[in-house]
Design a protein around this ligand. Structure first.
Ligand SMILES: Nc1ncnc2c1ncn2[C@@H]1O[C@H](COP(=O)(O)OP(=O)(O)OP(=O)(O)O)[C@@H](O)[C@H]1O
Length: 275
């Protein structure tokens, strides 16, 4: 997906907030949008998400399914968490049963299952933010846009954000995330889009991503399907071997081919895990 010479001003005679911004993010890639307060990060994200239309220029190759999580979740709505999320799941194209399943899954994964019957205006800011994240993930988006997702979340909940991002990337999606808290250390290898005076400068954070090997155990009957899914998500499957103990293990890695996976029990570093 590419922003090509995007310029935007909010009013006809207003100042230009974005000026010929040009940036690209590919499948399975995350770009962190940096810049001082008021630089235009939120504006850029909304243009990328299709919430705002550029005054000039265009966005090319935007995936069909986009999820946008604004900096502040719009909690001023008279619905319970469950009603809101189920309705949003239907809007995202899920069947009634699929929406119910997705709501169950994501409220559990984000630790807000106990709030399903609570009305949105009664939620704390952090819980409301998690509802926003859940809404974004009910159907895995091709583009996930997160505006300051760490804001308002406690330390434990902040750990969830990279997991959510990783899930989208593992499915071949793209992620844009703005950050003024220097949390990018949690996203090694991310592209960096620095917004200054409405223009975008691109770089990579900390060079190429460090590669790790992740060992994944699957039932023997599901090896072929798992290997196919891992490959289609862009991972390298280094080898498949029977486990010497009780189970077979499939090895997933983002590392270059030929690396031998760490032996079980040696504390192999964790990394992206495909389900
Ligand atoms: N709806 C709007 N109408 C007019 N001007 C706006 C609107 N939204 C943002 N602006 C202006 O556009 C500029 C960029 O705002 P934007 O919110 O994109 O910056 P930001 O980098 O995300 O800032 P922050 O880090 O404070 O969220 C600011 O000068 C802001 O006042």
């Amino acid at each position: 997906m590419r922003l090509r010479n995007v310029s935007l001003r909010y009013h006809r005679r207003g100042p230009w907030v974005l000026r010929e911004a040009d940036a690209e993010v590919g499948p399975g890639e995350v770009a962190v949008v940096l810049g001082r307060n008021g630089a235009g990060k939120s504006t850029l994200l909304q243009v990328a998400a299709g919430v705002l239309r550029p005054t000039r220029g265009r966005v090319e190759g935007r995936p069909a399914h986009v999820s946008w999580v604004p900096e502040r979740f719009p909690a001023d709505q008279p619905f319970t968490v469950a009603h809101y999320l189920t309705a949003m799941g239907r809007v995202a194209g899920l069947s009634a049963a699929g929406a119910a399943r997705a709501v169950d899954e994501w409220t559990s994964r984000l630790g807000i299952a106990g709030f399903r019957a609570v009305r949105l205006p009664e939620l704390s800011k952090g819980t409301a933010q998690k509802v926003g994240l859940a809404q974004a993930m009910l159907r895995t988006p091709g583009l996930l846009v997160l505006d300051e997702p760490w804001e308002g979340l406690d330390a434990a909940a902040r750990e969830l954000v990279p997991l959510v991002i990783d899930e989208v990337l593992a499915a071949g999606g793209r992620v844009l995330v703005s950050d003024h808290r220097n949390e990018t250390v949690r996203l090694p290898g991310a592209r960096c889009w620095t917004v200054t005076d409405g223009t975008v400068t691109e770089s990579r954070s900390a060079g190429p991503a460090e590669m790790v090997v992740v060992e994944v155990a699957v039932p023997a009957a599901r090896v072929a399907g798992t290997v196919a899914r891992l490959r289609s998500a862009g991972h390298q499957v280094l080898r498949v071997r029977p486990d010497t103990a009780t189970e077979s293990r499939a090895v997933d890695s983002t590392a270059a081919g030929g690396t031998d996976p760490a032996a079980p029990g040696t504390g192999a570093p964790s990394g992206r895990v495909a389900r």
